[in-house]
Design a protein around this ligand. Structure first.
Ligand code: ZN
Ligand code: ZN
Length: 316
């Protein structure tokens, strides 16, 4: 009897561990049915700042040759950023690909454009096919995606099934060293490796203008720290690295809209918000934070953000 109880207990433990391991994948596959939604809102966007292009893209001039290009009618309300130097420009994220962003970019600069994506999720990489020159962070994970000279993200790196999209294949023209400088002529950016949301996530630092383009690491609304590849320990290590190295007046330009008080406009956060995220991560990892929901578990961060995590809550 005791032996039977031990075996049954062991099997149950294994089942719980397996459920935790597979949950990010199962959640991703089922999300399209669990959370049905229109890809594009049929209503026109009402911008707090900037102007609409083709009734789909929102363009906002941030000054210093920097533009935010948003997709406010796309259900994830993504924002990409165009950073223009004297000899070339960088587009940080290629848009979701729901509509072709390249015409908007061509309307803002005639210089050659290099696209660098913040990470490989479909809503940031989906528009890559319209561009000829792609720069990619040089990591073992990203090199592993190249076969026959062509880069293709895996199913669970791209997650395109959320929008019924197949992953794109493309050539990488420039492998970029983590921490390395990117010369645009007259201005320079630095590529930072910022794992947490995904292992190969990056941020672009424009230190002359105190701007950090930070992708999905942090943004207003709910942070996703539970999809395949997400890691709370990596999230916290990156947050601490940024808190320890960025000036306090750095503005974080994020990849999803919107701030509560500002309506539809390029979404930004401050270093104070990053400190709040670090504190929330510490509380979650110490088992001292109260969550709502079963999967994902959603923890409070501050007025602008919550943090959604998977199994186990405190030790990913
Ligand atoms: Zn993402
Ligand atoms: Zn995203």
């Amino acid at each position: 009897m005791t032996r039977a109880a031990i075996i049954i207990g062991g099997v149950l433990l294994l089942l719980v561990a397996a459920a935790g391991w597979f949950a990010p994948y199962v959640y991703g596959e089922l999300a399209v049915w669990l959370e049905p939604h229109a890809i594009v809102d049929s209503a026109p966007a009402r911008l707090a700042r900037g102007r609409m292009v083709d009734d789909y893209f929102a363009v906002e001039d941030l000054g210093d040759g920097t533009f935010a290009i948003g997709e406010p009618r796309y259900y994830q309300q993504n924002y990409s950023y165009l950073i223009v130097g004297e000899t070339r420009a960088v587009l940080f994220d290629s848009g979701s690909g729901t509509r072709d962003i390249s015409g908007v970019v061509a309307g803002l600069t005639k210089l050659p454009v290099t696209v660098i994506v913040s990470h490989l999720h479909f809503d940031h990489l989906g528009g890559i096919g319209a561009f000829e020159h792609v720069g990619m962070i040089d990591l073992p994970e990203t090199r592993a995606n190249v076969s026959g000279g062509v880069f293709k993200p895996s199913r669970y790196e791209y997650m395109g099934f959320f929008d019924h999209r197949a992953a794109p294949s493309f050539r990488v023209g420039e492998w970029l060293a983590p921490g390395g400088a990117i010369d645009l002529g007259g201005r320079s950016l630095r590529l930072l490796s910022t794992p947490g949301h995904t292992p190969s996530s990056v941020a672009l630092l424009d230190s002359a203008n105190r701007r950090l383009f930070i992708g999905d690491f942090i943004y207003p609304t709910t942070l996703y720290a539970f999809l395949p590849g997400a890691s709370l320990s990596a999230y916290q290590a990156t947050a601490r690295m940024l808190l320890g190295t960025m000036p306090k007046d750095t503005v974080l330009w994020t990849a999803h809209c919107c701030r509560k008080s500002e309506g539809v406009s390029a979404p930004w956060l401050s270093m104070a918000d990053l400190r709040d995220l670090d504190a929330a991560l510490a509380a979650v990892r110490a088992g001292q934070a109260r969550a709502t929901g079963f999967y994902p578990r959603v923890f409070p961060v501050n007025d602008e953000m919550t943090l959604a995590t998977g199994f186990p809550w405190n030790n990913q």
